[in-house]
Design a protein. Structure first.
Length: 364
């Protein structure tokens, strides 16, 4: 832990430098680019980063000889259903600059909304009055950047904690190596989150979920600060799914005392019971809703602020303004690293609290 604290500033500098390099190649930094267009380019770059995509875009640059933009990326498989399945790699789409032919059908990526549409051979898009494509969009089952990251984190967690468990068993209950870093965190979740909120009798039933959701959110948040450009927990569909799991576990494992306090609050007058029942029932849905919004909003806002500060370096384009932006980005990155851990902690703590409400026994 002491070594981690010593390395913390270096880790933060790595994240800020990674963001800077990732952005600097993606944004045109030439003096010939007017300020208005540069601001628009930065805004478009941030919006594109916040969305899911069909590849890991590491960086890009403009070839000085051809004037064309060259993308360096890790392609992912595209799986479409349009009267049958169609398979090809995302590199074939060339970021929406090329039409892909599959079994006589033609598909093209719309860069602005990151969706794949069916087009003619020339790749022409038809737009409505709001400039939204009206082309047919086939069912998309692609392994996108967010899905690939979720799979990667799931495999990482399985291998990591399987290794920790085997090491713990083989060394007579003494953790070694990286286990010394993770063991205090696991014990903290058990002793300071699960047991106080759920109780010693029932906490073991929920420990697997609490540990999984904590490390899952934490690892995804940390990956979101790397040049891979992932924004998984800043995707409301992901936070909705996590909150839905908490909602289902809470209500499917709840005892009659829990439901009794919702529909027929004990110890209060009859008229108050009738008034409280719909309010308490509404609270059943508000609790998971607050979970998903809190995680989504904090991660999304952090990415926007950090990329905006880095974008200011290119807008100022001078020693004073760019240096100030870099310093601000550095301190925001420190906060973001802490927020990545804090949001995982808050989600886990509140989930444990809701589980505790669900299994609490009536006091006599």
């Amino acid at each position: 832990m002491k070594n981690f604290i010593k390395l913390f500033p270096i880790i933060t500098l790595f994240f800020v430098g990674s963001f800077y390099l990732h952005a600097s190649f993606g944004i045109n930094t030439k003096e010939t680019n007017p300020k208005g267009s540069k601001k628009s380019e930065i805004k478009e770059y941030i919006n594109h980063h916040l969305k899911d995509s069909h590849s890991y875009s590491l960086t890009s640059y403009t070839d000085e000889q051809t004037g064309k933009k060259v993308y360096i990326e890790i392609p992912l498989p595209v799986i479409l259903y349009d009267n049958g399945f169609h398979f090809f790699m995302s590199s074939s789409l060339k970021h929406g600059k090329k039409v892909v032919e599959s079994d006589g059908n033609y598909y093209k990526l719309n860069y602005h909304d990151s969706k794949i549409y069916k087009t003619n051979k020339q790749g022409v898009f038809n737009y409505d009055e709001n400039h939204h494509p009206t082309n047919y969009a086939p069912l998309d089952f692609s392994i996108t950047k967010n899905i690939a990251t979720i799979i990667l984190v799931a495999i990482l967690m399985f291998l990591l904690f399987r290794s920790l468990a085997n090491s713990f068993i083989s060394n007579n209950g003494i953790s070694k190596g990286i286990g010394r870093f993770f063991e205090p965190i696991i014990l903290y979740i058990r002793d300071d989150i699960a047991i106080p909120n759920i109780g010693e009798k029932k906490y073991k039933d929920y420990m697997s979920f609490l540990l999984t959701v904590f490390f899952f959110i934490w690892f995804l948040n940390m990956l979101g600060l790397t040049p891979l450009g992932v924004n998984v927990t800043g995707n409301i569909a992901v936070t909705f799914s996590l909150a839905l799991l908490t909602f289902l576990i809470t209500n499917l494992t709840a005892n009659k005392n829990y439901w009794g306090h919702i529909f027929w609050m004990p110890g209060v007058p009859m008229l108050i019971k009738i008034v409280l029942a719909p309010i308490e029932l509404l609270g059943v849905f508000i609790k998971p809703f607050s979970l998903l919004i809190r995680l989504y909003a904090n991660i999304q806002a952090g990415h926007i602020v950090l990329y905006s500060l880095i974008g200011l370096m290119f807008i100022f384009n001078n020693m004073i303004g760019s240096s100030l932006s870099f310093v601000l980005a550095f301190f925001i990155s420190i906060i973001e690293i802490l927020v990545a851990l804090l949001q995982a902690y808050i989600f886990t703590m509140l989930s444990a609290l809701y589980f505790g409400f669900a299994v609490a026994e009536e006091d006599h």
